[in-house]
Write a protein that binds this ligand. Structure first.
Ligand SMILES: [Zn+2]
Ligand SMILES: [Zn+2]
Length: 364
């Protein structure tokens, strides 16, 4: 595994206007959703004037970064033929232009109104309809579909039956529930295009589904592999860790060349999925070693009757020990390995202990 050339901060400063968009376009989009004023100020700041006192992390490898967003904060690109992807640098959506209007896949609120701008840009260039007729959901999470209501009541919303159940439960006006659902598999034929939807069991969420574009050599699988980056907190905030780990192998059973992973700023490849699998496998092995070598006794001796303090001390120590060699191996290889691996290690460790029963012992 070769380490990638890190982004040179001096180079960033030299071309700050483009770099600001590249680096803060992503953060800026997320920040804009939180506070447009704060975002504008943050983007305008020279990196030399950034506030002090924050944790310092390794540089993100150049391989993790994607194309620079435009002045409006998005990048739209062709995946293959009439399949396109749009990103703000942090989130991704996709769309197909067809003779029956546009089929949109996810609607992240951080991209928001830029989704329609990206569609307009492509539709104008190609002389095709810019009307979004269908919206297909990967899963119910607000950060991936919170711009759904922008597309009105007439759009046909399609998603897994569990996506519908969860969105009805959540009752969020920004995310109307899909009216067309499927349970395991469904093939959509829209405007002459074929789209295969498949649910392979719970993983990141109970409803997270795979979208295969067999005639575009592409797969959309969101919140499993972040191409070029490690997952975020708690194994990408996942609810079913064995299902999450299995999802990458499932993705590789499909024929495709391009992965639309929902994050971060670039498209993915099969090699990105294999790299992610290796990262998770290395972390799994390292955690098992930690569970066998970190001694819980001193924590219980120290905290006495405060069992929770002892448990926290021990499990935190085991997660830190499990994460350490993996951080060392993947720093400079995957973005933010040093930022999130401890949290990922903790949640993976809990699954290894509680789902898989590793390290369990029965009182003699
Ligand atoms: Zn999600
Ligand atoms: Zn996500």
């Amino acid at each position: 595994m070769s380490k990638q050339r890190p982004v040179d901060p001096a180079e960033s400063r030299r071309s700050i206007s483009r770099r600001q968009v590249l680096k803060l376009g992503a953060a800026g989009a997320v920040l804009s959703a939180l506070s447009p004023m704060v975002a504008a100020e943050a983007i305008a700041k020279d990196p030399k004037e950034k506030p002090k006192g924050f944790p310092v992390y390794a540089l993100v490898p150049a391989s993790a970064l994607g194309p620079a967003p435009n002045a409006q904060g998005y990048h739209v690109g062709q995946v293959e033929r009439n399949l396109y992807w749009v990103t703000d640098g942090t989130y991704q959506a996709a769309f197909l232009t067809t003779s029956d209007g546009v089929v949109l896949f996810d609607a992240p609120p951080t991209i928001g109104h830029n989704i329609q701008r990206a569609i307009d840009e492509i539709a104008n260039a190609n002389g095709v309809s810019n009307r979004v007729s269908y919206l297909v959901h990967t899963h119910h999470h607000a950060d991936h579909v919170g711009a759904s209501s922008l597309f009105g009541d007439d759009v046909v919303r399609i998603g897994h039956e569990e996506t519908r159940r969860l969105l009805l439960r959540d009752n969020d006006p920004a995310r109307p529930a899909p009216t067309e659902t499927f349970s395991d598999r469904r093939t959509l034929e829209i405007g002459g295009e074929r789209i295969e939807l498949a649910w392979h069991g719970p993983n990141h969420t109970p409803d997270n589904s795979i979208i295969h574009f067999p005639d575009h050599d592409a797969l959309m699988m969101v919140d499993i592999v972040n191409a070029g980056w490690v997952p975020i907190y708690l194994v990408n905030l996942s609810e079913d860790i064995p299902g999450y780990v299995a999802a990458s192998a499932t993705a590789l059973t499909y024929p495709w060349t391009t992965l639309i992973s929902g994050h971060v700023g670039r498209l993915g490849t099969r090699d990105d999925v294999v790299m992610h699998q290796q990262y998770m496998a290395d972390l799994d092995a390292s955690i098992r070693t930690a569970l066998q070598t970190v001694d819980p006794t001193p924590f219980f001796v120290n905290y006495g009757a405060n069992s929770w303090a002892a448990i926290k001390g021990y499990l935190d120590a085991a997660a830190v020990a499990g994460a350490a060699p993996v951080i060392a191996k993947y720093t400079g290889v995957l973005g933010a390995a040093d930022v999130f691996t401890p949290s990922i290690a903790f949640w993976l460790m809990e699954s290894i202990r509680l789902d898989l029963g590793f390290g369990s012992f029965v009182h003699p």
